[in-house]
Design a protein around this ligand. Structure first.
Ligand code: SF4
Length: 242
């Protein structure tokens, strides 16, 4: 995941660009077809990787978990989360503790010195609407909490969802992660289960098959739907065979 600082600073308005307009929006004007494609991708990936349950964490606990998880492996995040609860007993106690003590408790994650004070700015309230008020809680983190814990139909776009969507051709090649949120969300039904399956499917696919460096297209179940495969990988491989 990207840094919390990056995310907090990334919320920018849509900008005008020179060049091919479709690179910055949908790659095709046929939104119904793109929508169908998004649903077919969701269906296949959910069948392939299995459906995940929604989180049982309350929104506050989910927010703590997500802040800890930025640029940190899942096992380290889980260990730091457990350490906090074991050491302090409650999020209120974390908030009121000396910051260096919180930092020490989460020292196994990346940037404990930034994450400890950030965790302490969070207070326990009932509504999810408070999320955007917190420094360093950007749109992606807000969407994660709302979808994972509150089961609201809001799509988080992380680096994997962004990269895989771009390669598949659900969004243009130059759409930023921030702008991808609205474009992808509009292709999906306002149904939290479908949005969750889409998010988790693309996330797991991006971690395992459609990886950053060299996508493992020979192992991919989406080649027939993928613009990158059909315009870059396939022409080159048939050329190489000649
Ligand atoms: S075919 Fe290749 S580029 Fe396309 S989604 Fe699959 S792994 Fe990614």
């Amino acid at each position: 995941m990207e840094s919390i600082e990056d995310e907090g600073q990334r919320a920018k308005p849509l900008q005008r660009h020179k060049g091919n307009a479709s690179d910055y929006g949908y790659p095709s004007p046929d939104i119904a077809a793109l929508s169908q494609k998004a649903l077919e991708v969701t269906r296949r990936l959910t069948e392939y990787y299995g459906e995940l349950p929604f989180s049982s964490k309350d929104p506050m606990s989910m927010l703590v978990d997500i802040i800890l998880s930025h640029r940190t492996r899942d096992e380290q995040t889980a260990a730091a989360y457990d350490n906090l609860l074991k050491h302090f007993g409650s999020w209120e106690a974390v908030r009121d503790a000396p910051t260096n003590e919180v930092e020490k408790t989460i020292e196994n994650v990346n940037w404990p010195e930034a994450k400890a004070p950030r965790l302490q700015t969070i207070t326990v309230e009932e509504s999810a609407a408070w999320l955007n008020r917190f420094e360093g809680v950007g749109p992606k983190t807000t969407a994660c909490v709302l979808l994972f814990s509150c089961q609201q139909p809001v799509l988080p776009v992380d680096v994997h969802v962004h990269r895989v969507s771009g390669r598949l051709g659900l969004i243009g090649k130059k759409v930023s992660a921030d702008n991808a949120h609205a474009l992808l969300q509009a292709l999906l039904p306002q149904d939290s289960r479908t949005i969750y399956n889409f998010h988790k499917g693309l996330l797991r696919h991006g971690q395992r098959i459609c990886v950053y460096d060299r996508p493992r297209c020979s192992k991919c179940i989406l080649t027939d739907l993928c613009d990158y495969y059909n315009t870059v990988v396939k022409p080159n491989s048939s050329h190489a065979k000649r």
